[in-house]
Ligand binder design. Structure first.
Ligand code: PMP
Length: 432
């Protein structure tokens, strides 16, 4: 019999105090567990596939600090490389050879990237890429997709995913109309809608930006032909295609979704895995476009901590670990076992459900589906998801605290972890 009562006294005390100190008690909204109910657990440490909270409860973790922990948390080789780097100082604010090393690794791996610029977050990468798209094409309008999240810059807070979707927020107050008037949106996987936007806005669209596999409206893969269709449409209209691979980069495949699906965009944004758990973002792409970035060209973008030696070190070591033979086969195998298992358990226990995975990213919706876009995803029973989430947490399984986030596995997850997770899911779903 699984023990379903966990003591979370310290978590509660700390989170109660935090609410007085920081808006909602958190540094980023989804962490507050608003959409799943109950108090968040407060972490004490992470290692491998596991996290421990301040009350000493242990959980199998499928959030992986929202994606970076693909080798498992606190991988000993990453930690020891960081120890060595730390001895040399925490920040240079000047060129270092570490930037060359990581840049070469990213350029070698990601088909679209001929030159790269490092920043500190996915948000920054997407903000910069938007400026670059507009500068290169001398056009202002962009197309994004409903439920896709590209960070919290004004121009992208239009029908956005992630926390915006989780909290059911309208397009955020404080964003001036002028900032979003050039942001056009279409439903994901709807090529006809994109075609119509191009027709209605001839010679005005700088480009199309998307998550090539959606993780911020729950997990939604691209339909066959969707990415190809976008590549053709953007070519036809002299617009740029931008893959936001902040989540999918080095996760869907070593070279990201663009390698997996064989579609090469003009520009790519990255983050998460390439920082190995330290704050990093990056954008890159065609040399002729990237050459417009200052000081090579006139498009301004800068950062005090950009290319930070600790972040570069963690990124380099993480990518080295991912290069080992068998990495992506293992991630695929373990994730398939989990995703197929969760769906089977949900269906066997009588719940309408659908879900899937690609490589180390997975999702489960409480709707019979199919889910092709954000409108479909919203049909999921989020109240049921909240109860499922709480039940899993009580059984030592930490899932993303929102229906509208993808799940992440790592090289540290074992078959036993997956089996324990599926047993917990069966227990919870039988009782819902
Ligand atoms: N783009 C995508 C696809 C993301 O998933 C995220 C974050 N989850 C971002 C951009 C923003 O990245 P950050 O949180 O590092 O600013």
């Amino acid at each position: 019999m699984v023990n379903t009562t966990i003591k979370t006294t310290k978590s509660q005390e700390i989170f109660t105090a935090a609410q007085n100190l920081m808006p909602g008690g958190v540094s980023s909204p989804v962490r507050a567990f608003k959409s799943v109910g109950g108090q968040p657990i407060v972490f004490d440490r992470v290692n491998g596939a596991y996290i421990w909270d301040v009350d000493c409860n242990k959980y199998i973790d499928y959030v992986g600090t929202w994606g970076p922990a693909i080798c498992g948390h606190a991988h000993p080789e990453v930690i020891s490389a960081l120890h060595a780097a730390l001895e040399k100082g925490t920040s240079f604010g000047a060129p270092s050879v570490l930037e060359n090393v990581l840049a070469e690794m990213v350029i070698d791996a990601v088909p679209s990237i001929e030159m790269v610029r490092f920043v500190n977050s996915g948000t920054e990468a997407c903000m910069a890429v938007l400026r670059l798209m507009r500068a290169f094409t001398n056009r202002e309008k962009i197309i994004k997709f409903e439920g896709c999240y590209h960070g919290h810059a004004d121009m992208f807070l239009v029908k956005a995913g992630s926390g915006v979707a989780t909290l059911g927020l309208p397009d955020s107050p404080g964003v001036p109309k002028s900032a979003t008037s050039s942001t056009l949106t279409a439903p994901y996987n709807d090529l006809e809608a994109v075609k119509a936007l191009f027709e209605e806005n001839r010679d005005q669209i700088a480009g199309v930006i998307l998550e090539p596999v959606v993780g911020n409206a729950g997990f939604i893969p691209p339909d066959a032909g969707f990415l190809e269709g976008l590549r053709e449409l953007t070519h036809e209209h002299g617009a740029l295609l931008v893959f936001d691979e902040v989540m999918t980069g080095f996760r869907i495949a070593y070279g990201g979704a663009q390698e997996k699906f064989g579609i090469t965009p003009d520009l790519t944004t990255m983050g998460k895995v390439i920082g190995g758990g330290l704050p990093v973002g990056a954008y890159g792409g065609r040399r002729d476009i990237m050459s417009m970035i200052a000081p090579a060209g006139p498009v301004y973008q800068a950062g005090t901590l950009s290319g930070n030696p600790l972040a570069m070190t963690a990124g380099i070591k993480t990518l080295e670990l991912l290069q080992k033979p068998g990495t992506y086969e293992q991630l695929e195998r373990i994730t398939k076992k989990l995703a197929d298992g969760l769906l089977k358990v949900a269906q066997e226990t009588g719940h309408a459900a659908c879900g899937s995975h690609i490589s180390a990213m997975f999702g489960l919706f409480f709707t019979s589906g199919p889910v092709h876009n954000y409108e479909d995803a919203k049909k999921s029973d989020t109240t049921k998801f909240g109860r499922f989430h709480r039940g899993m947490l009580e059984r030592g399984i930490y899932l993303a605290p929102s229906q509208f986030e993808a799940g992440f596995t790592s090289l540290a997850h074992t078959d036993e972890d997956i089996e324990q997770t599926l047993a917990a899911a069966k227990d919870v779903l039988s009782s819902l």
